[in-house]
Each structure stands twice: as structure tokens, then as C-alpha cells.
Unconditional design. Sequence first.
Length: 96
Amino acid sequence: MRIVWRPGAVQDVDELWRFIAADSVAAGQRVVLAVEEAVERAASMPNLGRVGRVAGTRELVAPQTPYVVVYAETVEELMILAVLHSERTGRDGFAD
């Protein structure tokens, strides 16, 4: 399955990297890698994540991080819609 990152999701990862790397580059790299690994797992098993709070989406927590990957799937693509901190709310309808 082909992975497609929406521009907002790419920006989310860039922002989390900058925030974490300001204190520790190594920690920033670990978190970004965990997010990327979660995306790869979702591509191989799209139903792995829980049903999302927005219809037609799924959510998968990147292991050992507070970050949630929000995605949707089609027959050929896994669309990464957002990468959000688990405590972050009110953004693009991906919150309670």
C-alpha cells in the first residue's frame, strides 16, 4: 500500500521534531522514527489503529510516544492526515 502524507501531517512532524530537538536532537530523532514506524505498520495492517473520532479515519499511537497518527485508507493508499500530541485538541476536527 502506498503511503501519502498530507502537507499538514508533514508540518506536524516538522513541528514536533523542532520542539523536541530544541532540548535533545537524539530524542527528536527517536520520536520521529517511532512515528514513521507506526505509519509503516499501519500501511501493512490498515485496521491496526482504533476507529478515529472523525468518520472514515483511524488513529494509531506511535509506541512509547504521546503522538497519534491519524490516517484514512483507500484501496491503494494510506493517507496520513495528521500527527497530533495525545493532549492536543481543537485542531482540524481531530479532537473531542
